[in-house]
Design a protein around this ligand. Structure first.
Ligand code: NAP
Ligand code: GDD
Length: 350
C-alpha cells in the first residue's frame, strides 16, 4: 500500500484536476470522489486516468456525494487516506442565490460530514489523517479592511459565502476539539483554461475565441466594475499541498496581491486578439447579483513566509493563457461545424 494516499473531493472540477496531476507527480496514490451524472463529468481528469487494473495506475475514482454521510464514511474507511482535500462544492456564487439550501447542504454540511467520517476513522483505527478545507475569499464579502489577511473578519454576501464561513469555522473547531491536522486555505479567485465556462474569466476568454473565429457576435455580462485578485489555479493547488506538509495545521490566505476589475479583464482579453471589448460586450441585468462583492485583494504574506509559496503566473500571463487556449478550442469547433458536425456551444447562463 502506497504510504502517501490522497482523497480528493471535487476531483472533476478545475482545482481537483490540477491537484491530481500535482500529487501523481509527487508519487501519491490519488483517490477521487465523483458523483453520478447523466453525462460524463470526468473530462478534466481523463488524460491522467489509466485502467485501474494496470500496475502503474495511480488514480482511482469512487462514486459518492457530499450530501450522503454514509458513503463518505465508507469511502474514508475503504481508502484509508493520509491526506484529504475537500474541494467539492456548488461553487457558483450567483447560482447559490437560486439554490441556497442545496449550496448549504453541499458546502457547509458536506464539510462536517467529511470531518465526522475522518474523526470516526481516526478514533477507531488510530490513523492520522491530514485535512484541507477549500475556504474562499468570498467569505470576506463586503470587506471590512483592505487588503484581506487571515485576521480580517468575515462578512459574506451570498449563500455560498455564508456556507463557506460555516465550513471554515467547523474545520477550525474540529482542529481545536479533536486535535485533527486540519487546515483552511483561504484562496482568492484562481482561473485557468479548465475554469468552468460560466465563471467570469472563462466566459470572456471563451467569447473572445468564438468571436475571433466568427462563431459568436457578442457576449452578455453583468457588473463590469467589481474587482478580483485573480491568480492561476495551477499555482494555487501547490499551496494546498504545502499546507498539509507543515508540522502544525493552520489557516492561510493565498492570493497574488493585485486586483483588477472585470472591465480590465475584458479589455486585456479582447486586446490580445486585436479587438476592442466595447464593440462586443452587452450588459444583461440577469447577471447582476442580489448582493455583490465589490473588491477583493489578498495579502498572502503568511503563506509566502511560512510555506515558501509564491505565484508564478501574473495577471497578463493568465489572460493570454486563457484566451490562447480558447482560440484553439474555437478553431476546433469551427472545423467541426464546417465538416457538418453538431457542436455544443456555450449558453448564456449565470
Ligand atoms: P469547480 O470547478 O466548480 O468544481 C467543484 C467540484 O465539486 C466538481 O468536481 C463537482 O463535481 C464537485 N461537486 C459539486 N457538488 C458535489 C456534491 N454534491 N458531491 C460531490 N461533489 C460535488 O470548483 P473549483 O474552482 O475547482 O474550486 C474548488 C473548491 O475551491 C471549491 O470548494 C470552491 O468553492 C473553492 N474555491 C474556489 C476558488 C476559485 O477561484 N476557483 C476560490 C476559493 C475557493 P461535478 O464535476 O460532478 O460537478
Ligand atoms: N459569473 C459571472 N458571469 N460573473 C460576472 C458576469 C457574468 O456574466 N458579469 C460580471 N460578473 C462579475 C460578478 O458579478 C463578480 O463580481 C465577478 O464578475 C466574478 O464572478 P465569478 O467569476 O462568477 O467569480 P466569483 O468571484 O463570484 O466567485 C469565484 O471566486 C470565489 C473566490 O473569491 C468562485 O470560484 C467561487 O467559488 C470562489 O469561492
Amino acid at each position: 500500500m502506497n504510504p502517501r494516499r490522497a482523497l480528493i473531493t471535487g476531483i472533476t472540477g478545475q482545482d481537483g484536476s490540477y491537484l491530481t496531476e500535482f500529487l501523481l507527480g509527487k508519487g501519491y496514490e490519488v483517490h477521487g470522489l465523483i458523483r453520478r451524472s447523466s453525462s460524463f463529468n470526468t473530462s478534466r481528469i481523463n488524460h491522467v486516468y489509466r485502467d485501474p487494473h494496470e500496475a502503474s495506475a495511480g488514480l482511482f475514482l469512487h462514486y459518492a456525494d457530499m450530501t450522503d454521510p454514509i458513503c463518505l464514511s465508507n469511502l474514508i474507511q475503504h481508502v484509508k487516506p493520509t491526506e484529504v482535500y475537500n474541494l467539492a462544492a456548488q461553487s457558483h456564487v450567483r447560482v447559490s442565490f437560486d439554490q441556497p439550501i442545496y449550496t448549504g447542504d453541499v458546502v457547509a454540511l458536506g464539510a462536517i460530514r467529511l470531518l465526522e467520517a475522518i474523526r470516526d476513522f481516526q478514533d477507531r483505527w488510530g490513523y492520522q489523517v491530514r485535512y484541507y478545507q477549500a475556504s474562499s475569499s468570498e467569505q470576506f464579502g463586503k470587506v471590512v479592511e483592505t487588503p484581506q489577511t487571515e485576521k480580517t473578519p468575515f462578512y459574506p454576501r451570498s449563500p455560498y459565502g455564508v456556507a463557506k464561513v460555516y465550513a471554515h469555522w467547523i474545520t477550525i473547531n474540529y482542529r481545536e476539539s479533536y486535535n485533527l491536522h486540519a487546515s483552511c486555505g483561504i484562496l482568492f479567485n484562481h482561473e485557468s483554461p479548465r475554469r468552468g465556462e460560466t465563471f467570469l474569466t472563462r466566459k470572456i476568454s471563451r467569447a473572445v475565441g468564438r468571436i475571433k473565429h466568427g462563431l459568436q457576435k457578442s457576449v452578455f455580462l453583468g457588473n463590469l466594475e467589481s474587482k478580483r485578485d485573480w491568480g492561476f489555479a495551477g499555482d494555487y493547488v501547490r499551496a494546498m499541498w504545502l499546507m498539509l506538509q507543515q508540522e502544525k495545521p493552520d489557516d492561510y490566505v493565498v492570493a497574488t496581491g493585485q486586483t483588477h476589475s472585470v472591465r480590465e479583464f475584458c479589455e486585456k482579453a479582447f486586446a490580445h486578439v486585436g479587438l476592442d471589448y466595447r464593440d462586443f460586450i452587452q450588459i444583461d441585468p440577469r447577471y447582476f447579483r442580489p448582493a455583490e462583492v465589490d473588491l477583493l485583494l489578498g495579502d498572502s504574506t503568511k503563506a509566502r513566509t511560512a510555506l515558501g509559496w509564491q505565484p508564478k503566473v501574473d495577471f497578463q500571463h493568465l489572460v493570454t493563457m486563457m484566451v490562447d487556449a480558447d482560440l484553439e478550442l474555437a478553431q476546433r469547433e469551427k472545423t467541426l461545424i464546417e465538416a457538418g458536425h453538431a457542436v455544443s456551444t456555450p449558453k448564456e447562463q449565470a
